[in-house]
Write a protein that binds this ligand. Structure first.
Ligand code: SF4
Ligand code: SF4
Length: 438
């Protein structure tokens, strides 16, 4: 029985998932773009009031710790790099510093970020920014972003504004921005649109990094319109809603079988659900005659690029094949086929996609579990392959974790307005993110 299940996962799920609408981003590496052509950036957009012309495809959190990869991206016309102190403990910034040495500094726009805590003084913030500039090994940082503030109060932090003014005067930074993943009810946070709306009103944030994708659009589109009114630069993350969710369950099942264990009841239920979904995916593929996940992902990116209020999409490049795949999307346009494809995918993915920057169900959890944050860590684990980082983040949660979900009747699932099957997703996320698997 176990062997059969293993065979099923390997022969049906894994190979077919290369063609599945829910397939893995790693597996996209096996697809080539159909030609041996090298793709270059075709479109540049004015980055709001910074006045800089940036590539429509930018580079955010590169998974490949290799400056040569980054140099190749720059040679092919990518000129927006987004990083953070948090990424690889500052080594991501250092790698960028090494990679840009051979390029004209003025031709590249670099943003970096760090968390601003309540107890930080102006001098603390200034010192952090100077250190970031040092790690980046350059004369200035184009944009310093406040990293994921979760409340309006944090956005209005007068200390940050004073530090920004000082840093601009010193020439350490040219602009200031903000990133938002949105709310976590547990920490009494505000939703992404409320946080960013407040940032627009503050008047001095020049650039936003926000969540926007086909499945999750209304709040972001409101913010994008406000940015346009104020000429604020807009960059995007989490633009592909189709990566990660299916993998969440599939990987967990696969690992279970690899370890030769009998699946617990709750996992069998997931297994059956996904078997059904794979059958549906087959008919989907027949309908479109396409390469599945890669096509859905490409359509999802074309969808956001089709919005003229978007300036650049931050891509987490994970392998060398990704470079050509993503660069081929530069300057491309959203089509009727894309629309039909995304509609189909959305129907499939809806119950499996815990919306980024959401958290609307968290208030009902008796254990105050940060559901949306845990699902974001799981996204890092499954879709972005940052397994170690995701597990560390989960281990350092200062709240209860999803261990409680194993024996709960899940009022959160009933509270979800999008009918997400969050109970099983949380169980699988807990297993993925826990070092000693249960
Ligand atoms: S389960 Fe639903 S309500 Fe809860 S965070 Fe996810 S999408 Fe939002
Ligand atoms: S399943 Fe139960 S314990 Fe887990 S997040 Fe939902 S309500 Fe909380």
């Amino acid at each position: 029985m176990k062997t059969n299940r293993r065979k099923f996962i390997k022969s049906t799920a894994l190979t077919m998932a290369g063609a599945s609408v829910f397939g893995s981003t790693t597996e996209t590496g096996v697809f080539n773009s159909g030609v041996n052509q090298e793709f270059y950036i075709k479109e540049y957009r004015r980055l709001g009031r910074t006045g800089f012309n940036v590539s429509d495809i930018g580079c955010g959190t590169p998974m490949i710790m290799d400056e040569n990869f980054l140099k190749s991206l720059l040679k092919r016309g990518v000129n927006y790099l987004d990083t953070a102190k948090l990424y690889q403990n500052g080594n991501n910034e250092r790698m960028i510093g090494r990679a840009i040495k051979d390029f004209e500094r003025e031709s590249i726009f670099i943003s970096t970020k760090f968390y601003i805590t309540r107890d930080m003084s102006v001098d603390d913030i200034v010192s952090e920014a100077r250190n970031a500039r040092e790690r980046l090994n350059c004369a200035y940082i184009d944009c310093l972003e406040m990293h994921n503030p979760t409340t309006v109060e944090e956005v209005r932090n007068p200390t940050f504004q004073k530090a920004v003014n000082k840093l601009k005067k010193e020439g350490v930074i040219h602009f200031c921005g903000i990133t938002s993943h949105g709310q976590s009810w547990v920490n009494e946070s505000d939703p992404m649109d409320v946080v960013l709306d407040a940032a627009v009103n503050e008047g001095y944030y020049d650039l936003f990094l926000l969540v926007y994708n086909y499945v999750q659009r209304e709040k972001a589109e409101y913010i994008l319109k406000r940015c346009k009114e104020h000429d604020i630069a807009t960059t995007l993350m989490k633009t592909n809603p189709f990566g990660g969710t299916y993998l969440t369950a599939r990987n967990a099942i696969d690992k279970y079988l690899e370890e030769g264990k009998e699946m617990p009841e709750w996992m069998k239920t997931i297994h059956d659900k996904f078997t059904l979904k794979q059958e549906k995916a087959l008919s989907f593929l027949k309908r479109y005659g396409i390469e599945g996940e890669k096509q859905a992902r490409d359509a999802a990116i074309r969808f956001v690029l089709n919005n003229p209020d978007v300036h650049s999409v931050m891509i987490s490049f994970q392998n060398v094949a990704d470079m050509n795949d993503y660069l081929s999307l530069s300057g491309s346009r959203f089509s009727y086929t894309d629309e039909a494809l995304l509609q189909d995918c959305s129907e499939e993915i809806n119950p499996l996609y815990c919306r980024h920057a959401c958290g609307e169900c968290e208030y009902v959890c008796p254990h105050k579990i940060p559901i949306n944050t845990i699902m974001r860590f799981n996204h890092y684990f499954t879709a972005q392959k940052r397994e170690k980082y995701a597990m560390e983040q989960y281990a350092s949660l200062n709240t209860e974790n999803a261990q409680h979900c194993l024996n709960c009747d899940a009022p959160c699932e009933r509270a979800c307005p999008y009918n997400v099957n969050i109970h099983v997703l949380l169980k699988v996320a807990h297993r993925n993110l826990t070092i000693n698997k249960t």
